[in-house]
Design a protein around this ligand. Structure first.
Ligand code: NAP
Length: 282
């Protein structure tokens, strides 16, 4: 039996339709569009593609984008100065600094200058802390998108055994907290976990955010489980994930494809964060 595909493009389109409705209503009320400032430093090709996709998504959904493409030679001080200007700009509701930054710019020094209320990525300590405390705030986009995908299956998260592989600050930890908030029983695995398969075999929901090809295959998955593949790699010019899709789809109940699974949800949830931020600042 083959798993049902969890179509991120379809779910993302639904989220974006709701975003557009709220953004248009905001425009009608305020005479200005909600605004996202996107800052790209240097000429990392992949980052350029991500930034262009985010700007296009804003433009398609009644959100004004302010694009800042800065040279590789930009200093930390210059970047911080721009962030302060954007914090004070009432046309800007959200600020996003595209990562990774060039090696001479420390994210830990620069990013905390973004106003907590304009933290479009939901990466700042206060927003991450709010997630831990269960206080509504701007949440990290990829994990928030995964929760939407899980809801779209119609299956209950409440009471499910959820296993998250990966403990990064932008995916693994926040998705574990969000699953916990939804009353799943959550296990977090990482590179020091022994006998990974002992954990994955018990997972009703398996989230894989490792960044290594085929770290999970069909033999490791519980029959009927929901498998969310966050990884993104290029293989022979094609995109693939952390999960060996062909063997996993024979065992799983639902599975996200790569591309077309988690990726589209990340941008949709970024737009949702702009709506949240703009409505709070209105
Ligand atoms: P990351 O910061 O590199 O974290 C990877 C995590 O995987 C770490 O916690 C690491 O454990 C763990 N790990 C490494 N090898 C392992 C193994 N053999 N077994 C179990 N755990 C292992 O990566 P990330 O930023 O979370 O991203 C993960 C992947 O998702 C990447 O491919 C990235 O490109 C992709 N991604 C996609 C989107 C999207 O929108 N689709 C968004 C974000 C990220 P330790 O902590 O012990 O080192």
């Amino acid at each position: 039996m083959s798993a049902q595909l969890l179509d991120g493009r379809k779910v993302a389109a639904e989220v974006k339709a709701q975003v557009k409705k709220e953004a248009e209503a905001f425009y009608a009320r305020n005479g200005r569009k909600m605004g996202l400032a996107v800052i790209l430093v240097g000429d990392n090709f992949a980052s350029g593609v991500y930034v262009n996709n985010k700007i296009a998504a804003c433009n398609e959904n009644c959100i004004k984008s302010f694009s800042y493409k800065l040279p590789e030679s930009t200093t930390e001080e210059e970047l911080i100065e721009l962030i302060h200007k954007l914090n004070a700009n009432t046309m800007v509701d959200g600020i996003l600094v595209q990562l990774p930054l060039p090696p001479h710019i420390r994210p830990s020094v620069v990013l905390p200058h973004i106003s907590v209320d304009k933290d479009a990525d939901g990466f700042l300590a206060e927003n991450a802390g709010n997630l831990m405390l269960g206080i509504p705030s701007l949440n990290a986009c990829t994990p928030a998108g995964i929760i939407e995908l899980l809801h779209s299956t119609g299956r209950k998260i409440d009471g499910a055994n959820a296993v998250v592989i990966g403990r990064s600050n932008i995916v693994g930890k926040p998705i574990a907290l969000m699953l916990l908030q939804n009353n799943a029983t959550v296990t977090i695995c990482h590179s020091h976990t022994e006998n990974l398969t002992d954990f994955t075999h018990n997972a009703d929901i398996l989230v894989v955010a490792v960044g290594k090809k085929h770290v999970v295959n069909g033999d490791m998955i519980k029959k009927g489980a929901i498998v969310i593949d966050v990884g993104m790699h290029r293989e022979d010019g094609k995109l693939c994930g952390d999960v060996d899709f062909e063997s996993a789809r024979e065992v799983a109940g639902y599975i996200t494809p790569v591309p077309g699974g988690v990726g589209p949800m990340t941008i949709a949830m970024l737009l949702k964060n702009i709506v949240k931020a703009a409505l709070r600042l209105e």
